[in-house]
Design a protein around this ligand. Structure first.
Ligand code: SF4
Ligand code: SF4
Length: 686
């Protein structure tokens, strides 16, 4: 009879679960397709590193405040994985008493497995206790939400999280009761061995045995069995309707991760697309929907987001939750959406336009600096920047709705070929008197130095270009510039969402570079560096692009640059997002600073891969920012905590933001300057 009841429970649970998963799967087939089935070995490797290895949770370079929760998750994940065998045993024994998987009898691997199981259950219980402690005692914002951007989350009941934690704890305890009761309800040589291999279960079972003999031990074991198995069945069905869906989807989400360079945005088809950008829920790609399914709501993304912590409207977690909840509300409509007809003039849309007042407010999208801190922090590799830029593309190209100040930026790029709007003919003026050949004069130069708009037109950043030239000449590097022929590469336009403008500028730039058969490019601007290196291959622009810090680090190692001793100085280095996080250039700037005699490098708490944005990326450089929500002030305060003599940067946008921030904090250049690493090197070479 009890077997029949158990069978019925399983049938109902699997039936309901199957239906929910089927619906979730159909949604994936109804949204936009993207190819993510290539490079299978690379994808499998990612699963080993990020899913099985839990890299984002236990990596030693993650911020200190994330480490405890990281290890907690590690033990829960591996605990559940190891206990999956025990779950199979307990379900199997509902039909075949004493059922054991092949190889796991007590005379083979059953003993060691029992020991491992016994201790991993303790590790899971300790981890769950820590999770309860965080939810009920310390109340971290990372769990409850960051005001004001996550006010909606803050206002929600968190009962589901506590219920799931309670379920997990009960599964562990009932597992001990089942095993322990079984060990003391019976006698025999094998049972003796099992007791020895499972000391904790045996201890629990003995308590029942001592209190009521083998009869009570048997009853406890049976009760533990029912509780354990029924909770597993309920738990399975809670997964797809809660944030714990990630238990099922996170591994596929890691497998289907973006393998193109992180700094490359998708190329929009401007010829045949029926719409530009994303503004309806069914216009996201299936991978973007899988991201929505996979969010654990852990809040790591928001806790690292410069927009969230500076008090703006954007919090990546809330953005993801809003999209996911809206998708679930409209699941039927997405499933029933018609196929796009071959001769369609309009795209198929489901529900309302979500960009704007209805769901994802414009200000949320414009607050993003595209710094990728959220993606770096996310344990399940959720991609944010692409989604935000896709929605910006809709705003800019479909609705011409963007912050008023960007009108001037776009116009300046269209008419003068630079976002500053300075007369294009003055682009090469910074190089006057420096005796630098142009590509027209020296087409055989080894490197093209692509100066970029900031170092060409902004007075403070011209000093960086001049310093780099001094360094390159000192090391005997063969290089030339384009001078007044140099176009703007369009990076700003692409990150803002003006793909049309970007593509026309990219095509123009590639034409100039390919016209000179350029092979190697040096840039001192990480935005130019990223775009030339990662975006331009989409436009037949294939170059070996190096950032100035990489080349200079190399020159120092080759002994081509020697330094004077200029006295002691402590320097803190601010990582550029587009250099460090996007392109892994983390060590070269530090190597350079460490190789200058007398320099002591002082790291800010947020540094390297987890460095905090200066606030200028993603086109934010050209947008107004409320005085009380300035990202650069937060970053400068972090720099000041190291009590440096100088703040080093390796990006002209960072230079502007850090320089402004220092001045706003009353630090004039004479007292505490922001300097590009190239200026520090140029000042130190013999
Ligand atoms: S890219 Fe940066 S600013 Fe944008 S949501 Fe992510 S962390 Fe926030
Ligand atoms: S997007 Fe990633 S980091 Fe952010 S809450 Fe979801 S799982 Fe956590």
């Amino acid at each position: 009879m009890s077997t029949l009841i158990f069978l019925l429970c399983i049938a109902v649970a699997l039936g309901v679960l199957g239906r929910t998963l089927y619906r979730r799967f159909v949604v994936l087939t109804k949204v936009v397709n993207v190819p993510r089935f290539d490079e299978i070995p690379e994808r499998i490797k990612a699963v080993f590193v990020y899913a099985l290895g839990q890299k984002k949770f236990v990596s030693p370079d993650q911020p200190k405040h994330d480490k405890g929760a990281g290890w907690m998750h590690f033990f829960i994940f591996w605990g559940f994985s190891i206990l999956a065998v025990q779950v199979i045993h307990m379900f199997g024994r509902g039909f075949f008493p004493g059922f054991t998987l092949p190889g796991l009898s007590i005379d083979l691997l059953g003993g060691p497995y029992g020991l491992l199981k016994d201790f991993i259950q303790i590790a899971v219980l300790v981890s769950i206790s820590y999770a309860f402690y965080r939810w009920l005692v310390t109340h971290p914002k990372r769990l409850y939400g960051f005001a004001p951007a996550e006010d909606k989350l803050l206002g929600q009941s968190h009962g589901e999280a506590l219920l799931i934690l309670g379920f997990i704890a009960t599964i562990m305890i009932s597992g001990y009761v089942y095993d322990g009761g079984h060990l003391w309800a019976h006698e025999g040589a094998d049972i003796e061995k099992e007791r020895a291999w499972q000391p904790i279960s045996s201890f629990v079972g003995k308590l029942f045995y001592d209190a009521g003999g083998p009869g009570l031990a048997e009853t406890a074991s049976n009760t533990g069995w029912w509780i354990h198995n029924l909770i597993i069945l309920v738990f399975m069905n809670l997964l797809p309707i809660s944030k714990h869906f990630h238990i099922i989807t996170s591994m596929p989400n890691v497998f289907f991760k973006k393998l193109e360079p992180a700094g490359q945005l998708s190329k929009q088809d401007l010829e045949t697309s029926l719409s530009f950008g994303t503004s309806y829920i069914n216009q996201f790609t299936w991978k973007q929907v899988l991201d929505m399914y996979s969010c654990t709501e852990c809040g790591r993304c928001s806790s690292h987001c410069p927009a969230t912590i500076s008090g703006k409207e954007l919090a990546p977690r809330q953005l993801m939750i809003n999209l996911r909840d809206y998708l679930y509300e409209n699941e039927d409509a997405v499933m029933q959406a018609p196929e796009l007809a071959a001769d369609a003039q309009e795209p198929v849309t489901v529900g309302i336009n979500i960009v704007g007042e209805n769901l994802i407010h414009d200000d949320v999208l414009w607050a993003c600096t595209s710094c990728r801190a959220c993606e770096e922090a996310c344990p399940v590799l959720i991609e944010y920047v692409d989604k935000i830029v896709d929605m910006r593309r809709h705003l800019v190209q479909e609705e011409a709705r963007f912050p008023a100040e960007l009108t001037r930026t776009f116009k300046a790029m269209e008419t003068q070929g630079n976002p500053w709007g300075v007369d294009a003919s003055s682009r090469g003026d910074w190089a006057e008197g420096l005796d630098i050949p142009t590509m027209a004069e020296n087409p055989d130069a080894e490197y093209l130095y692509f100066v970029g708009c900031a170092s060409s037109f902004d007075d403070r950043n011209k000093r960086t270009a001049q310093a780099l030239v001094k360094v390159l000449k000192s090391a005997g590097v063969s290089f030339a510039i384009l001078g007044s022929e140099e176009p703007c590469n369009g990076e700003t336009a692409r990150r803002i969402g003006n793909e049309y403008l970007f593509q026309s500028m990219a095509e123009m730039t590639v034409e100039v570079l390919n016209g000179y058969s350029v092979k190697k490019v040096i840039t001192n601007c990480p935005h130019c560096f990223n775009t030339l290196r990662n975006d331009y291959p989409q436009f037949n622009g294939n170059y070996e692009v190096v950032h100035a810090t990489e080349l200079v680090d190399h020159l120092i190692q080759e002994g081509k640059l020697e330094f004077n001793v200029n006295g002691e100085q402590s320097i803190t280095y601010h990582d550029s997002c587009y250099l460090g996080r996007y392109n892994d250039v983390l060590e070269a700037p530090r190597n350079i600073l460490k190789s200058i005699p007398g320099v002591s490098l002082k790291e800010m708490e947020r540094n390297g891969r987890f460095g905090m944005c200066c606030g200028a990326g993603g086109g934010r450089m050209w947008m107004e920012e409320d005085a009380d929500k300035r990202v650069n002030l937060l970053r400068v305060d972090q720099a000041l905590e190291t009590n440096p003599d100088k703040v080093a940067v390796a990006c002209p946008f960072c230079m502007t933001m850090i320089d402004d921030g220092l001045k706003a904090r009353g630090k004039e250049e004479e007292e505490l300057p922001a300097l590009d690493i190239m200026e520090i090197v140029a000042d130190a070479i013999k």
